[in-house]
Design a binder for this molecule. Structure first.
Ligand code: GRF
Length: 221
């Protein structure tokens, strides 16, 4: 990318789209030197599609139920993403397990946000599992997507305390505030050419990141 040129983001959603909204706002404020070229949902009822349309961003829906297999859906999704020539593809609450058909061509250009302190609690129900385990803290991880579900190299994590009386809902509400901060930040690192996926894992400014990514503190920003 040439200096001063904006990065092109494709954002994939399945639902509410609050992380998408954080990206829309980060692009508008200039915190993220990027434009969202398309928002794609697998779910026609995703309210995030309305957020995108309200921001004047092109939207597409590719309904996974129209395809005979995961691979066929992933191939259609990959074709659509390729049309938009995105520099970076952002999974923002995209609730489909992706196959190599989609993941491999985007190696190093595909990020996800997962609401736990990975490697703890890959998969679903992360907040309830943290509560059931009696954990003192929970959090969120932004990571590169690889073939292992929620198992790609972490880039950055933010932590929140678990407070007595917390429910999965109250904890999720505390965590999502942090998601909205660290996800655009990681994307900006990538757009600025500072973040790479290498054989050693995630690297920032040419240096390998810790196994659980950078521990976000306010001063990182
Ligand atoms: C977030 O909690 C994200 O971590 C998880 O799915 C949720 C999506 O929320 N992967 P939203 O659609 O961005 O509001």
């Amino acid at each position: 990318m040439r200096p001063g040129q904006k990065g092109r983001l494709a954002i994939l959603i399945s639902g509410r789209g609050s992380n998408l909204q954080a990206f829309i706002e980060a692009c508008a404020s200039g915190q993220l030197a990027a434009e969202i070229c398309v928002v794609i949902s697998n779910n026609p009822a995703a309210t995030g599609l309305d957020r995108a349309a309200a921001a004047g961003i092109p939207t597409r829906c590719i309904d996974h139920r129209d395809f005979p297999s995961r691979e066929a859906f992933d191939a259609a999704l990959a074709r659509e993403v390729a049309l938009w020539r995105a520099d970076l593809v952002i999974l923002a609450g995209f609730m489909r397990i992706l196959t190599p058909v989609f993941i491999q061509p985007l190696a190093g250009r595909l990020l996800n946000v997962h609401p736990s302190l990975l490697p703890k609690y890959p998969g679903l129900q992360t907040h309830q599992r943290a509560l059931d385990a009696g954990d003192q803290e929970a959090g969120v991880t932004v990571h590169f997507v690889t073939l292992e579900l929620d198992g790609g190299p972490p880039i950055i994590q933010a932590r929140v305390p678990i407070i007595p009386g917390d429910t999965a809902e109250s904890l999720a509400a505390r965590v999502i505030v942090q998601e909205h901060v660290i996800y655009p930040l990681a994307a900006q690192w990538h757009i600025a050419g500072r973040l790479q996926l290498t054989e050693q894992g995630a690297c920032l400014d040419g240096k390998p990141l810790p196994a659980t990514g950078i521990d976000y503190r306010q001063e990182v920003a």
